[in-house]
Ligand binder design. Structure first.
Ligand SMILES: *Cc1c(COP(=O)(O)O)cnc(C)c1O
Length: 343
């Protein structure tokens, strides 16, 4: 594959990033008269660390990757947008993805005037090797693969994913937002093998912190340093940094919740299978189930009238008559089943 800098947009290659006051300052207990902050303490009167050094240290330990391999984003959605802006020339370059998949790749591409080519998954939502293992044009800079995939819930075989990363000429973004719910392992400890690989994870799903907006991109230092140059200087607020850092020390608790969600997923899947309106419950490695139903629109509206909100995915490619149901607590899931039994 090409070197990372050969893939970067020319205007980004020559970019002189904004150097914030806090970037240049390293000592502690100083009198801080450099950033036009308010001197009266509120807990949040100071700008947050633009390099997120503490959180990266904590993550580095927990995940066994170096801090130079870590980018912290305002949700992983920030990383998606940044990667497109770093590598894709508006009006000229393209990205490649599968369909169906997570909608933000398309939205971020559209905002940046980047064409999206999508490879249709088959009826089992599998990726056919011959549809993707081929030469792609040089204008296709990024391939987005979501594994486990949203909204389908399934995973692609790791051997296939590895061979795709090896053969692809540009950057491969592997979105592992749901990896903690999966029995398949993350490719995180294979970063060194693949300099063109960027792995996205998030604190929004398994870690239960969607409201804090913290996502992570793990990649080679070459990719990470471009992301750090292009991001807003203070992209993660101080409150989120503190809470997530604290959460890292409670990862055993987080694991207990994940295991409970997986148990609930199995329970819900078994219950749904026997309901008369359910045509198919797709296998899931994530914290949601994609369910094909007869008259899914009516069911969706009926559930809404019972104050149960699910996601209507019936307009999505390959997902005709499908609802996507997030796994709730035991009592929420029982109420869902009870409501469906009384349709
Ligand atoms: C929910 C989700 C994300 C999310 O991201 P944050 O911005 O970190 O909340 C990313 N990718 C996929 C596939 C998702 O489903």
């Amino acid at each position: 594959m090409k070197s990372i800098s050969a893939l970067v947009r020319k205007n980004i290659l020559t970019l002189k990033p904004y150097s914030s006051a806090r970037n240049e300052h390293h000592g502690q207990n100083s009198i801080l008269l450099d950033a036009n902050e308010n001197p009266f303490a509120s807990g949040y009167n100071r700008y947050p660390d633009p390099n997120q050094t503490d959180l990266k240290k904590g993550l580095s330990k927990l995940k066994n990757v170096s801090p130079e391999n870590i980018f912290i984003g305002n949700g992983s959605d920030e990383a998606i947008d940044l990667l497109i802006r770093i590598f894709c020339v508006p009006g000229k370059d393209s990205i490649l993805t599968t369909t169906p998949t997570y909608g933000m790749y398309q939205v971020a591409a559209d905002i940046n005037d980047i064409t999206v080519h999508s490879i249709p998954l088959n009826e089992h939502f599998e990726l056919e090797p011959k549809s993707i293992l081929r030469e792609w044009g040089n204008e296709i800079k990024i391939l987005f693969l979501c594994n486990p995939n949203n909204p389908t819930g399934n995973s692609f075989p790791l051997e296939l994913v590895r061979s795709i990363i090896k053969s692809f000429n540009g950057i491969v973004v592997l979105d592992e937002a749901y990896i903690d719910f999966s029995s398949q392992k993350s490719l995180l400890n294979e970063l060194d093998t693949f300099p063109n690989l960027a792995i996205l994870q998030t604190f929004s799903k398994a870690w239960g912190m969607a409201g804090l907006r913290v996502g992570v991109c793990y990649a080679s230092p070459a990719i990470i340093s471009w992301m750090s140059k292009v991001k807003y200087p203070y992209n993660i607020n101080k409150y989120s940094l503190e809470l997530v850092k604290e959460l890292l020390t409670k990862n055993k608790r987080v694991r207990i919740n994940i295991d409970e969600i997986i148990r609930q997923r199995n329970w819900l899947s078994n219950q749904l299978k026997f309901l008369p309106m359910v045509v198919k419950v797709y296998p899931s490695d994530a914290n949601f189930l994609l369910v094909k139903m007869t008259r899914s629109k009516r069911i969706y509206q009926y559930l809404q009238s019972k104050m149960i909100i699910v996601r209507d995915r019936s307009a999505t490619f390959g997902c005709v008559d499908c609802l996507r149901i997030t796994i709730g607590t035991g009592s929420e899931n029982r109420k869902l089943i009870k409501a469906l039994k009384s349709v």
